[in-house]
Write a new protein. Structure first.
Length: 253
C-alpha cells in the first residue's frame, strides 16, 4: 500500500468494488437511521450492530485493524463514562454506585450511536482510496472548489507530515528532549515555521499551476457514474437500517 492510499485496506471484496458515491450515500443514510433511533430501542441498535459487522466481514477487513481504528472515539468514550456521575435527575444503584438514570441512558446513547457511526466510517475509509472518495464527492455534485481544496489537502498532507518529522529530528539533534514548560517556546516556533513554509509552498504551487494553464477548474476525477445494479447493491444495508428505524417506531420493543 502506497502512502497515497491513506487508510485503504487492499482487498478484493464486493464493498471495495462499489463506486465511491454509492458508499458515501450508503454511509449517510445508515448514520441518519442510527441517529434518529431513540436510545431506549436496544433491539434496534443490536440489529444495526449486526449489519455493521456483516459489512465489515463482507469487506474482508482485519478485526485488529477495525479495533485499532476505533480508538479515534476514545474522547467520546471518556465523556460518556463521566455522564452518569455528573448528570442530574433520579438516581439508580449500579454495582454500589449511585448513578443518574438520565446519565446512564445518555452514555449508552452516545456510545452506541458513536461506535456505529465510526464503524461505518471505517468501512468507507478502508474500502475506498482518497482519489476514489474525491471522485465520488465530485459525482455527487459537491462544489468544485471544495473538491479541489480536499484534493490538495490529500496530496500535500504527506509533504507537511514529512516537514514536521524533519523538524522534530532537527530539534532532537540539538539536544531537544521535550516535556518541560521551557520548551514550549521551541514548539511554538516550530509550528509557526511549519505554517509559513506550507503557505509559501502553496503560493509556489499556485504559480506553477497558472504557468501551466490553470484557469480555476481542476480536471475531472471521475469518468463514469454508478450503474443501477451497483446502487441497488450499495443501498441494501441503509435500506435495512431505515426499515429497522421505521419499525422501532411502530413496535414497542
Amino acid at each position: 500500500m502506497s502512502a497515497g492510499d491513506g487508510l485503504l485496506v487492499v482487498a478484493d471484496s464486493p464493498v471495495h468494488r462499489l463506486p465511491a458515491q454509492v458508499k458515501i450515500v450508503a454511509l449517510l443514510v445508515f448514520v441518519l437511521a442510527v441517529v434518529s433511533t431513540p436510545a431506549e430501542r436496544f433491539v434496534a441498535f443490536l440489529l444495526y450492530a449486526v449489519l455493521a459487522i456483516g459489512v465489515i466481514r463482507l469487506a474482508k477487513l482485519p478485526g485488529a485493524t477495525v479495533v485499532r481504528r476505533l480508538a479515534v472515539e476514545t474522547p467520546f468514550i471518556v465523556f460518556a463514562l463521566l455522564l452518569p456521575f455528573v448528570a442530574t435527575g433520579p438516581k439508580v444503584d449500579v454495582l454500589g454506585l449511585s448513578l443518574s438514570e438520565s446519565g446512564v441512558l445518555g452514555a449508552w446513547n452516545l456510545l452506541a450511536k458513536g461506535t456505529l457511526g465510526v464503524l461505518a466510517a471505517i468501512v468507507l475509509s478502508a474500502s475506498t482510496s482518497p482519489r476514489e472518495l474525491l471522485a465520488g464527492l465530485e459525482r455527487l455534485r459537491l462544489p468544485a472548489t471544495l473538491v479541489a481544496i480536499l484534493s490538495f489537502m490529500v496530496r500535500y498532507l504527506s509533504v507537511v507530515s514529512g516537514d514536521l518529522q524533519r523538524m522534530r529530528i532537527a530539534r532532537e539533534s540539538r539536544a531537544y528532549a521535550g516535556g518541560r514548560a521551557g520548551h514550549l517556546k521551541a514548539v511554538a516556533a516550530g509550528a509557526g515555521a511549519l505554517f509559513v513554509r506550507s503557505y509559501e509552498r502553496g503560493e509556489r504551487v499556485h504559480l506553477a499551476m497558472l504557468a501551466r494553464g490553470y484557469t480555476g477548474t481542476m480536471p475531472a476525477l471521475s469518468q463514469g457514474g454508478a450503474t443501477r445494479a451497483e446502487w441497488a447493491k450499495g443501498l441494501v444495508l441503509p435500506a435495512v437500517a431505515v426499515l429497522v428505524a421505521i419499525t422501532e417506531r411502530m413496535l414497542a420493543w
